[in-house]
Design a protein around this ligand. Structure first.
Ligand SMILES: CC(=O)N[C@H]1[C@@H](OP(=O)(O)OP(=O)(O)OC[C@H]2O[C@@H](n3ccc(=O)[nH]c3=O)[C@H](O)[C@@H]2O)O[C@H](CO)[C@@H](O)[C@@H]1O[C@H](C)C(=O)N[C@@H](C)C(=O)N[C@H](CCC(=O)O)C(=O)O
Ligand SMILES: Nc1ncnc2c1ncn2[C@@H]1O[C@H](COP(=O)(O)OP(=O)(O)OP(=O)(O)O)[C@@H](O)[C@H]1O
Ligand SMILES: N[C@H](CCC[C@H](N)C(=O)O)C(=O)O
Ligand SMILES: [Mg+2]
Length: 486
């Protein structure tokens, strides 16, 4: 694409070079630049992208976008803008042909439930023959392909690239997780979200947002960006606040179980194999027998169903889409073992996630509840004691261990968690090595115990400093059991 066409709608200053050149890609990471690309220099939290301009040019960049006056000797075009993050989003949107406008982009935000809702939307929409892509924590899903993803919500250039790929393949819908970081860090600017879905807001990410108010305000942004409708959980106090604070006049669909709402569930019966309930909406009511466990998953279903109703999907397809889901990877996933106790892997990594999963387990547990869990390093510290307290409330034994220590000392993270466990006199054992912690739980299991391995869910790796080391929890359980039997 000609540079002059790419930048024509944007306020820029040409510092040097011609705009009559052809750009064949947009990248903010000098290490990923190839010949003919535009390099957008971004000031990050760790380093300043402007320092990598020379490397980008050596790798083939023919145009550099900066937000600082920088002397560049090489024969490239240099463009200056006020905010390179915004420019990256705008240029990427135009470069890929504004793909967010060519399909129905559904943004899902909130502390917990985003991934689950995107998979529910895909299942329901496909039950109605509507091909649906996903962008989120477990990767980019385009038909049968799953592309790995570093961030839950990728940087803007990547998202527009994937959206274009979906458009080119004739995919009409994309369910996308929109993290608070991405809203704050301008990763989703210039995206046309038709629908915005709010799940809930509870303690997380205060390392980044500092307080719940900032966290809430980041989430709120999505609902002022949408062009079709907003779907809001009114059982959540922040959901009710969104209704008051919205500056967007598009239709709102509310959902809930306790408060009066447009889409709601009645006769909710949770049992060990799923939840039965009646899904009610203005079009009518339909009984649902879903295989996902826990009342919290009814909320996820209501959100996905509300979105389907907005797109006029019939109730029968909605039922079919919900009931055909046997489970979501790493979410309340039962490890297939033949022992007289059970092992569940779940991605709960927040106090509320643990509360929801453990209260569900408590409803049906016949024996002890043992929880193996930790908390991620270089993430919210404030949530750690609350996670400890929550686990202690339900568990007969908490085995406190590591969960992606990143650059932190895992023992210090464990100490933070233990503060909360001790507050309520919970019983615990610290075992820093997660594999050893799992081995301890399995070796000491008693008949009818439920062992919850929380925090890592679908992740098949552990992050220690800048290394990503294979760690497949499900396989580890199977291997340990094999060793115990031999
Ligand atoms: C705190 C945070 O969000 N950091 C994000 C940020 O990284 P950063 O500011 O540290 O980047 P940096 O390393 O300083 O680099 C600055 C610039 O220099 C460039 N660079 C850097 C090195 C080099 O050799 N060459 C080069 O060009 C980089 O490409 C970048 O453009 O910008 C990067 C590019 O967009 C992100 O990948 C990175 O996410 C990191 C990996 C991260 O862990 N983010 C988490 C907190 C996050 O965003 N989480 C949410 C999900 C939360 C949830 O759902 O619970 C998410 O959406 O993933
Ligand atoms: N509606 C919900 N309310 C509270 N907790 C939930 C809800 N849905 C799922 N959970 C819990 O949160 C965990 C993560 O669920 P999910 O992956 O769907 O959330 P997410 O919002 O995508 O998380 P992330 O922020 O990491 O992307 C689940 O494993 C479960 O323990
Ligand atoms: N999207 C979340 C995932 C947390 C997963 C947990 N295993 C951890 O590392 O804390 C985050 O990046 O904070
Ligand atoms: Mg997710």
């Amino acid at each position: 694409m000609k540079l002059k066409n790419l930048i024509e709608e944007y306020e820029i200053e040409i510092l040097k070079g011609s705009t009559n050149i052809c750009i064949n890609g947009i990248e903010h990471d000098s290490r990923k630049i190839s010949k003919g690309n535009m390099f957008v220099a971004i000031e990050g939290f760790t380093v300043d992208g402007h320092k990598y301009i020379n490397e980008a040019i050596e790798n083939g960049a023919i145009c550099v976008v900066v937000q600082k006056e920088i002397a560049i000797g090489q024969d490239v075009t240099v463009v200056k803008v006020d905010d390179t993050k915004l420019a990256l989003a705008k240029f990427s949107s135009i470069f890929y042909g504004e793909p967010s406008k060519k399909l129905n982009l559904i943004g899902v935000t909130g502390t917990n439930g985003k991934t689950s809702i995107t998979y529910l939307i895909k299942s329901i929409f496909e039950a109605s023959d509507k091909r649906t892509g996903i962008i989120g924590t477990m990767g980019i899903v385009i038909d049968n392909d799953v592309i790995d993803n570093t961030n839950t919500t990728p940087e803007s250039n990547l998202t527009h690239k994937y959206l274009k790929e979906m458009v080119d393949k004739g995919i009409q819908f994309c369910a996308m997780e929109v993290s608070s970081h991405s809203l704050d860090l301008k990763r989703v600017e210039y995206m046309d979200f038709k629908v915005g879905i709010f799940t809930n807001l509870t303690e997380d990410h205060l390392d980044y947002h500092k307080d719940m108010e900032n966290y809430y305000k980041s989430k709120l942004r999505l609902f002022n960006m949408t062009s079709g409708c907003n779907i809001i959980n009114v059982d959540d106090e922040y959901g009710r606040r969104i209704l008051k604070d919205l500056e967007n006049s598009i239709p709102v669909i509310t959902y809930g179980i306790e408060k009066k709402s447009d889409i709601y569930a009645t006769n909710v019966v949770c049992h060990p194999k799923g939840v039965d309930f009646i899904l009610n909406c203005p079009k009518g009511s339909i009984p649902i027998n879903m295989k996902l466990l826990g009342k919290f998953n009814v909320y996820n279903v209501l959100a996905a169903a509300a979105c389907a109703i907005y797109y006029d999907i019939d109730l029968f397809s909605i039922k079919k889409g919900i009931e055909s889901i046997n489970g979501i990877k790493g979410r309340f996933e039962l490890v297939p073992i033949e022992e007289d106790y059970s092992v569940i892997i779940d991605f709960a990594h927040t106090p509320d996630g643990l509360e929801k999963v453990l209260s569900t387990i408590k409803q049906f547990a016949e024996g002890r509840i043992v929880v193996v869990f930790g908390a991620g390093g270089n993430r919210d510290r404030a949530k750690r004691p609350i996670m400890g307290e929550t686990v202690a409330k339900y568990a007969d034994l908490a085995i406190v261990t590591s969960d992606n220590p990143r650059y932190e000392d895992p023992d210090k993270i464990i100490e933070d968690i233990i503060v909360g466990i001790e507050r309520v006199n919970g019983k615990y054992i610290p075992i820093t090595d997660r594999k050893e912690a799992i081995k301890y739980a399995l070796s000491n299991a008693r008949p009818k115990d439920t062992i919850l391995l929380a925090g890592k869910g679908h992740e098949t790796y552990t992050i220690i400093k800048d290394k990503i080391i294979p760690f497949d929890e499900k396989q580890i359980v199977l291997d340990i059991l094999k060793d115990i039997k031999e």
